[in-house]
Write a protein that binds this ligand. Structure first.
Ligand code: GLT
Ligand code: MN
Ligand code: MN
Length: 388
């Protein structure tokens, strides 16, 4: 019987802002005390996480003096040594401070754009020192309420200039650091630029160093846009761009709920986990989620343990799916191929075209073949519901 305990191989990580979330929302104040970074690291150590990620200002206040930052880092590093937790990813808060009210890299104010670059560079230096090899950029304020304020193409150019600048900085410093861009369709801006993972993937190819930049897709963000998350992840993987992943959960059409992973859409999350495990994704499995507002810190631990446990359960279900004789027989039947058209597998050739031109297809006969997807899906559901 599997234990479903988290393993180091899965690299389960949480942000300081996730288990440290105090439950503040637009309609109410905090319901939990703010834990210090050291306390959060201890909590994560207790629940068996692999690592902790952070925004610069989750760790030190925006106006901290260099001496204050040094002291905070010393304490943080000590907590990391005590617990064995890693820091695989770091990021910058470019959304909370009022200076970012009209964006950071895409702000209309050149001083804000410059300040944003300075803030990222300083935070990167610290991130690299803490061992991070990945830097996430989520542009929560990079957007508009009214398109009268900015030309969307100018905004893309500003975004591109900023990312090119940061890549050159990384190269010049000799850092072993890659960037991962995170898309979100809206909230807190009415419309955020590059709203989906697919849009980010297209944009990356316009950069000076596309090889240094990938994506950080988040379940909730694609669900907000009504999209199939596993399909977005597959596209990113296929492009060699799945550098990181933000796991959480929620139904379509809602605000960014960031619920416990696997708490809402079981089937979708199953196919996501199956995909990640089947292809051998080896990056962090990061939980960008937080506990219900009803919880105290015991409940936050339940939340964190639940995120990892559900992943491990779905991973075991994926293994069962791959070994289930009936399911595999159905899949074989569905994918049956007598090899008659394998001449098309090698790509284009004039020989292939002339063979293709001369073929006659039994259109009606082919259409009449039933595809047992109902049976396949029912077996999948029964497996997930625990009766197989
Ligand atoms: C914020 C946002 C997340 C991003 C984080 C990284 S911050 O919580 O909602 O989706 O991943 O900046
Ligand atoms: Mn989110
Ligand atoms: Mn996220």
């Amino acid at each position: 019987m599997p234990t479903y305990d988290p393993t180091a191989e899965q690299k389960f990580t949480f942000g300081l802002w996730t288990v440290g979330n105090t439950g503040r929302d637009p309609f109410g104040g905090p319901v939990r005390d703010q834990l210090s970074p050291v306390e959060i690291v201890r909590l994560l150590g207790e629940v068996g996480a692999y690592g902790v990620n952070y925004h610069d200002n989750d760790l030190y206040p925006i106006d901290a003096t260099p001496a204050e930052v040094d002291q905070i880092l010393r304490d943080f590093k000590q907590a990391l040594r005590d617990t064995g937790l890693k820091v695989p990813m770091a990021t910058t808060n470019l959304f909370t401070d009022p200076i970012f009210k009209d964006g950071a890299f895409t702000s209309n104010d050149a001083r804000v754009r410059a300040y944003a670059l300075q803030k990222v560079i300083r935070s990167m230096d610290i991130g690299v020192d803490l061992g991070a090899a990945l830097y996430v950029l989520w542009g929560g304020r990079e957007g508009t309420e009214t398109d009268a304020s900015k030309n969307p193409q100018d905004s893309l150019k500003r975004m591109r200039d900023a990312l090119n600048f940061l890549c050159e900085y990384i190269i010049e410093q000799g850092y072993d650091l890659r960037l991962a861009l995170e898309a979100k369709p809206n909230e807190p801006r009415s419309d955020i630029y590059l709203p989906t993972t697919g849009a980010m993937l297209g944009f990356i190819n316009t950069l000076d160093h596309p090889e240094m930049v990938g994506v950080n897709p988040e379940v909730a963000h694609e669900h907000m846009a009504g999209l199939n998350f596993a399909h977005a992840v597959a596209q990113a993987w296929d492009a060699g761009k799945l550098f990181h992943i933000d796991l959480n959960d929620q139904l379509f059409g809602r605000y960014d709920q960031d619920f416990r992973f696997g708490s809402v859409m079981i089937k979708q999350n199953f196919f996501l986990v199956k995909f990640l495990e089947d292809v051998g994704y080896s990056g962090s499995r990061h939980y960008d989620a937080h506990a219900y507002r009803t919880e105290d810190y015991e409940g936050v631990k339940d939340f964190a343990r639940g995120c990892m446990r559900t992943y491990m359960i779905l991973r075991e279900k994926a293994r069962q799916f791959n070994q289930d004789a009936e399911i595999q027989a159905l899949l074989q039947e569905i994918h049956a191929d007598d090899g008659a058209h394998s001449y098309l597998n090698g790509g284009y050739s004039s020989d292939a075209v002339s063979r293709l031109r001369n073929e006659t297809f039994d259109r009606v006969g082919i259409s009449q073949r039933g595809l047992p997807y109902e049976r396949l899906d029912q077996l999948t559901m029964e497996l997930l519901l625990g009766v197989r």
